[in-house]
Structure formats: C-alpha cells, structure tokens
Write a protein that binds this ligand. Structure first.
Ligand SMILES: Nc1ncnc2c1ncn2[C@@H]1O[C@H](COP(=O)(O)OP(=O)(O)O)[C@@H](O)[C@H]1O
Ligand SMILES: [Mg+2]
Length: 264
C-alpha cells in the first residue's frame, strides 16, 4: 500500500496486527508486522512502548509518542514526508505503528563517495575517510523533497537523521523514518542533511511555515500536546518562529555533535 493511499490510516488504526519479524540491528524493539482488515493488508513497523530503552536525555513521554507527533507535524506541512503513523494497542501493548515504505535501494539519497565522484547537483556535507582510509565525502541529493525534509528536521529538532532514515520510496516520494528522538525542547539537531546550510528558504517553504506556525496555536498544538510536554510544544513554535525570522537553513549550534554517528 502506498503511503499516500487514504486507506492506510484507517487500516493502521483498526486492522489486526500480526508480528512477522524483528529488525535485528534496531536499538529498541522494532517489529515488522502485517496489518489486516476486511481482505486488505499492508506491511508496517510496530514499536511497542514496552520495548523502549530508557534514554537519560529524553525522560518525558515516549519515543512512540514522538514518532506520532513527528508524523502530525509532517502532515501539517502537507509535504507527506513521514509514512502514516498511529498510536494504538498491539500484541505487545501500546506502541507506534507505521506503514512500511517500499524503497529503491539502488538510488539512495545520502551517500559516501570518492572526492571526484560527487553525483551532479548533490550537496557535500563533510570530508571524511572511507573504511580503507581514503578521503571521501558525505553527500546528499538536492531535490525539493530533500530540502523539505531538512526543514522538517529543523522543526522536529531531529537528533538522529541518519542516511538510513532517509528513504527513496518506490512511489517516487522521499520519506523520513525513525523519529523517536525528535522534539526535545533544547536544540539537538543532528543530521546528515547539512548540505543546504545558509541557503535561503524558498517562498513556498516560508508560506508553509507561516501556516504551520498559526496551526500550532490551534488544533495542531493541541494534538501535539497529547504526546509532548507543554515546553516541548512551545519549543516547536519557537523553532518555527526562528526559521521565519532567519529565512535560511540553520547552521549547527556548536554545542552538540552535528552529525549522527554512525552516519547510516
Ligand atoms: N516505515 C518504514 N518503511 C520502510 N523502512 C523502514 C520504516 N521504518 C523503518 N524502516 C527501516 O528499518 C530500519 C530500522 O528502523 P528504525 O525506525 O530506524 O528503528 P530503530 O528505532 O530501532 O533504529 C530503518 O533504518 C529503515 O531502514
Ligand atoms: Mg534507526
């Protein structure tokens, strides 16, 4: 099922959830499931709250709640960058359930390449060494959707945007996943998408940010408050205000490692 299919959300909310596997390298309990309802089915990810490892720097709420709040913000932008995500009960208790996105693994959007092999138009984030010690560059694609994802990450204050959390959907869409450590009130932006640093935000992006900012004072703020503390919801408003004032992609603040490690 495609992430844009309107049937996805009701299916995720109300379908029967059967666990089919587990993502082994995941740090928390991340389960693969099939969700079924009236002959329709889809693959999804299920992260039960019970399987969350406590994090000293994210003591409030739940990681699952942060994933749902991140989806709410993505939906508010209209950019549909986060696959449909809901909070519900399941075989291992309450947790987040997110539609699985079929991806094009051949065409990653973030890569490490030799210094002379940057794909045309891509942005360079930093110079590093590959596993053989040769100089290499961390690079990412430059498309409207990747720019939108970079802006969403600033709003989300995403502390873990690894290359492996940027998916090239088979449907042509770009999707971000793994938003368990987003939306802290202190700046913790840690991402591989720094290639736009200092660039101006487009008028279209600014329009979206203005609309989202006003919705944060209404229904969107109320919906987020189901999953976040009041201070965290205020911090989302502050980050939106900051983007609307600076009108540019921000730079790392220097008080926090700017790039997740490992980067993928
Ligand atoms: N909704 C999704 N659709 C497709 N692949 C996904 C989805 N969610 C996660 N994945 C894949 O599974 C991996 C592990 O999931 P992730 O959410 O990162 O778990 P964890 O929180 O344990 O790191 C991701 O890096 C990604 O490759
Ligand atoms: Mg992950």
């Amino acid at each position: 099922m495609l992430p844009t299919d309107p049937a996805a959300l009701p299916l995720l909310r109300h379908g029967r959830l059967d666990v089919t596997g587990r993502i082994v390298d995941a740090s928390n309990a991340t389960l693969l499931c099939t969700v079924h309802c009236e002959g329709v089915s889809a693959e999804c990810v299920y992260k039960p709250i019970r399987g969350e490892r406590p994090l000293w720097d994210f003591p409030d709420g739940t990681l699952a709640g942060r994933e749902v709040a991140s989806w709410l913000l993505s939906e508010a932008t209209g950019w549909s960058l986060v696959p449909p995500t809901v909070m519900r009960s399941g075989p291992l208790g309450r947790g987040m359930v997110q539609l699985w996105v079929d991806t094009n693994v051949e065409h990653g959007l973030v890569d490490v390449v030799a210094v002379d092999a940057v794909p045309r138009g891509w942005r360079t984030v930093l110079r590093a060494q590959d596993r053989f010690g040769n100089p290499a560059l961390l690079v990412h694609a430059d498309t409207e959707a990747i720019r939108q994802l970079a802006v969403l990450d600033v709003l989300l204050n995403n502390a873990d945007r690894k290359g492996g959390h940027v998916l090239a959907g088979l449907d042509g869409g770009v999707y971000g996943v793994d938003h368990g450590i987003c939306l802290h009130r202190e700046t913790k932006l840690r991402t591989v998408l720094w290639g736009f640093l200092g660039d101006q935000l487009s008028p279209a992006v600014l329009d979206v940010l203005r609309r989202v900012r006003s919705e944060l004072d209404g229904a969107l703020g109320t919906a987020l408050a189901e999953h976040l503390t009041q201070a965290e919801v205020r911090a989302v408003r502050d980050r939106a205000d900051q983007l609307l004032i600076s009108k540019t992609f921000p730079a790392p603040n220097g008080h926090w490692p700017a790039i997740p490690w490992p980067a993928f």
